[in-house]
Structures are given as C-alpha cells and as structure tokens.
Ligand binder design. Structure first.
Ligand code: AMP
Length: 415
C-alpha cells in the first residue's frame, strides 16, 4: 500500500475521504469543528506538496435522499477558512467529472454529502431484511455501490482515507473505492495513521502494567471489548451504571439503580474469567446514591451493594475513587471508555473527574493513555484534561470495534 509520508503528490489529484460529520446548530452553524481540524494535517500536506484536493464526506443520516439539512455546502466556508484557500463546491457528488478535471494544483473541490446516494452505504432502500426479494435487492445494491465507487475513483489519481469515524463501515467511499486504485496509489491519511498507532499501543505494543477503565450505562454494549481486554490487561476497572449489574449478580441490594437483569450470569462469568486470567478486576465498593435521577436529588454515600430502597447509584463513592486511582496511577498503558457516573449532572461528576485526573497524572509520569468513545471524550473535554492524556480518539464505534479486535474495513482497504 502507499504511504502518505513519502508519496509524491506533485501534480496529482487526490480524493480524500474525511469525516466532516460535524454538529450544526439550527442555523447551520458548526458547534464543534474538531473533526475539520482533525483532517487538516492530511489536507494541507497534499496541497503544500503541489497536489489538488477532492474532499468527500458524509453528514448525518439523510438515508440516501437529498436533504438540504445535511448539505455540506453549509460548511464550505469553514473548510475554506481552515485551509486558508478557496473551496469549490460540487452539488452532485456523482457528477463531478468536469469539476475534478478542471482542478489545478493547490485547488480544492468539496463534494456534496455522499449519503445523498443510497449507494454510499450500499443498503437497499424501502425493503426490510425480512421482506421477500430482499436478497436480490441487496445484491443489486452492491453492484450499484461498486459503480458509484468507481465514479468517485475516476475523479482522482490517488485515494486517501482519513475518516477514522467511519472506518468500521464498508461503504463506497471508505473501502469499496480502494479497489479502483493501484496498491501504491491508496493510503491512510495522517489522522488515520495516528488512530491506528494509538490502537496498536493498547492492543499490540503494550507497556505494563496496563489498566483499562470501562464505564457507561450498560455492560451489554461493552461485552466484546471487555472480553478482548481480559487477555491483555493487568487491571480492569468496571464502573458507571454497569456496576449495579455486578452487585446484584453477587446478591447485593441495588435499590432503583440501573441494572440489566438478563446479564447477571454474564457478570458472574466475567468475574470468573478475570480470576482465571489473573486480571485484577476493580469494581466500585461504594457509590453516591440519589433519591431521584436528577441533579436536584438528595444524595448519600452508601455501599455499592447495599443501596436503600427508593435510592439509585449515580456515581462512584470516595472509597471506590481511591481504589480506581490505585489501579490507574502505576499504569504504563491506559484505556478509558465510558464515564463512572451520570457525569452530565454536576452532582455526579466526581468519579469521572477523578478518573480523568488520575489518567492525567499517570500520563505525566510516562504512561500512554488513550481516551475514546463519545462520553469519555466529552468527560476529558469537560474537565479541561484533553491535552493531559496521550491520545483522544475521534472514532466512537470505529475505536470500539478496533479494540474488540475486529479488522476495520476502511483500514484494511488501504492499510
Ligand atoms: P455508554 O454510552 O454506555 O458509554 O454510557 C454513557 C452513559 O452512562 C452516560 O450518559 C452516563 O450518564 C450513564 N451512566 C453512567 N453511570 C450511570 C449510573 N450509575 N446510572 C445511570 N446512568 C449512568
């Protein structure tokens, strides 16, 4: 495969898949431009080296139909400002031949939202999996997806995938398109390279001890990751709402706390597995309980396995926080996914904040720390600690699938 670091972009047209799926307010103004900033190193490198750019992305979920609400024309000026150069816009991403052919070195063309075409995602529209004829419709759509990818590929000499956020999807622009480029003319972008390296640091080049912190609401959404991590970590902190499934499974009293009653056996199995593998499993000992799911609720600290009726565990308690710190501070590799409490409410931020601070301290002392998955990224941002960890991943689902040990189609296609 090609390598963006030594590829000669001079005079070449590069089609770059980025993740410009940025949040917009009701006036179409960007509220968080992290994703645009994330793609800049790749885009600027190509321009600086004498190439021209065809930028493509999706935005939102227009479900294969043109929808002005999701038009990338809304962010054209922001992209131009970020790149410091004019950006042309092509309102039909499948009809950009002429605009692409006309591009001169240093020029930039932004294509309209790829997902205005159902071919991008490659799923048949208007028919359910259970409907008669679905199989034929799916096959037909796969053919159309290839044709669509071929059209996109036809605009350029070289393909760069820098959209980590969608790397776990086998879409026309993220994977299928790569089939239409020679091996040396397709490659990962700089952001993708960084993400892949960060995942390798926690899955392959592990420096010990390795502490993983998994939090969030449910254990069911994290099973694959927890199981994959069991073979790799020294310490595994399981916190947040899933705590109470573990407490109940062991016969604890959890009041109104969030709990997955059909996952009690799974919780016990995971505990047994940890013991088997010599993993130090750290669960909360105490919690901050509330008498309502509200920031105005009354609170009390109580054992995580002895919560009074009518109360629910909302955050880690002080003793749990100490135990979490003990497992985090000596670590040389750290992964954090999912908050330790209902951090969206001020009263219940302490556990998540303590974790973020301990990770920052360990990082300062030389650990490699990776924070990823929507809510933990929101946590480090909220506590102003994003710059105090080694790497904040831009990919939610893609990061989680990579940590589960799955091959990401967007990486495999070019990596
Ligand atoms: P997830 O998407 O699974 O990572 O879960 C993130 C959500 O878990 C956040 O919105 C938190 O508010 C929520 N959460 C964390 N701890 C608790 C808890 N003890 N009770 C209810 N929800 C929680």
């Amino acid at each position: 495969m090609g390598n963006i670091n030594n590829y000669d972009f001079k005079g070449k047209k590069a089609i770059v898949r980025v993740d410009f799926n940025v949040p917009l307010d009701e006036n179409g103004k960007i509220t968080d431009d992290t994703r645009i900033r994330g793609a800049l190193p790749t885009l600027k490198k190509i321009l600086d080296e004498g190439g021209s750019l065809i930028i493509m992305s999706h935005m939102g979920k227009p479900k294969g139909k043109v929808n002005a609400k999701y038009s990338l024309s809304q962010i054209r000026e922001d992209v131009a400002k970020a790149l410091g150069t004019d950006v042309k816009f092509e309102p039909d991403c499948a009809k950009a031949h002429q605009a692409a052919a006309d591009l001169k070195p240093g020029e930039v063309l932004l294509l309209e939202n790829l997902r205005f075409y159902p071919e991008e995602e490659g799923k048949p529209v208007g028919i359910e999996k259970t409907d008669e004829g679905y199989k034929e419709a799916a096959e037909e759509m796969k053919k159309r997806q290839k044709e669509f990818a071929k059209i996109l590929a036809g605009y350029a000499d070289v393909y760069v995938n820098d959209a980590f956020g969608t790397a776990h999807r086998k879409h026309a622009s993220t994977a299928v398109i790569a089939d239409y480029f020679a091996a040396e003319d397709k490659m990962l972008g700089l952001l993708m390279e960084k993400e892949v390296k960060a995942v390798d640091a926690i899955l392959k080049d592990i420096k010990r001890p390795f502490t993983a912190i998994m939090g969030g609401a449910k254990v069911s959404t994290k099973i694959g990751i927890i199981e994959n991590l069991m073979d790799k970590v020294d310490n595994l902190i399981l916190c947040g709402g899933m705590t109470f499934t573990f407490m109940k499974a062991q016969g604890g009293k959890i009041g109104n706390s969030i709990c997955e009653d059909d996952k009690l056996q799974l919780a016990l199995d995971l505990m047994a597995k940890a013991k088997d593998k010599g993993v130090n499993l750290v669960l909360a000992t105490d919690c901050v309980a509330a008498d309502a799911f509200s920031n105005d609720a009354n609170t009390q600290v109580c054992p995580a396995n002895d919560i009074p009726d009518g109360w629910e565990g909302m955050d880690a308690g002080p003793d749990s926080i100490l135990k979490f710190r003990e497992a985090i501070l000596p670590a040389k590799t750290i992964l954090w996914n999912g908050p330790a409490g209902v951090f969206e409410m001020e009263k219940f931020t302490r556990g998540s904040k303590a974790i973020a601070e301990a990770i920052a301290e360990a990082t300062e002392a030389g650990a490699f720390s990776l924070v990823g998955g929507g809510d933990s990224v929101a946590c480090v941002n909220k506590f102003g600690l994003a710059d105090s960890v080694s790497y904040v991943s831009t990919g939610g689902g893609a990061l989680l699938e990579a940590i589960e040990g799955k091959t990401l189609p967007g990486v495999a296609a070019v990596g």
